[in-house]
Write a protein that binds this ligand. Structure first.
Ligand code: THU
Length: 135
């Protein structure tokens, strides 16, 4: 699947994002090395703490179905579901990615309102990872 297609899959998820508190909607699409795709959206909660980001929704869906090898994730987001600027993953989601992905090869695709796609390796967004090799 191309990065353009993965971005489109992430955009679709903006429709399912549940955000009565922030109104900031995020969609993600996670590409596994076997070609399968797991999507996710952010899901908020009145108690705030149990809210979850789109990226972790996608990862936990995939991992809970036995997937462990990941190639790339596409992320889009914006206020009221309108994409304006790039929507980079939060620190907690970067940490979750670092548990399962090779930081030198895993790609993170972001798209803005003009549908310009930028691509980062996980290591660029998260240098000096505290990972399982340190425990
Ligand atoms: N959010 C995500 O879904 N992913 C991120 O990486 C950043 C933030 C969500 C959480 C919350 O529902 C809303 O965006 C505003 O922070």
């Amino acid at each position: 699947m191309s990065k353009e297609q993965l971005i489109e899959a992430a955009k679709e998820m903006l429709n399912f994002s549940y955000t009565p508190y922030s109104n900031f909607k995020v969609g993600a699409a996670l590409l596994c090395k076997d070609g399968s795709v797991y999507t996710g959206c952010n899901i908020e909660n009145a108690s705030f703490g149990p809210s979850i980001c789109a990226e972790r929704t996608a990862f936990f869906k995939a991992i809970s179905e036995g997937k462990k090898d990941f190639e790339a994730i596409a992320i889009v987001g914006g206020r009221n579901g309108v994409i304006e600027d790039f929507c980079p993953p939060c620190g907690v989601c970067r940490q979750v990615m670092s548990e399962f992905c090779d930081p030198d090869t895993f790609d993170i695709y972001l798209a803005n309102a003009e549908n310009k796609i930028v691509s980062y390796k996980l290591t660029e967004l998260m240098p000096l990872i505290f990972g399982k090799d340190r425990i």
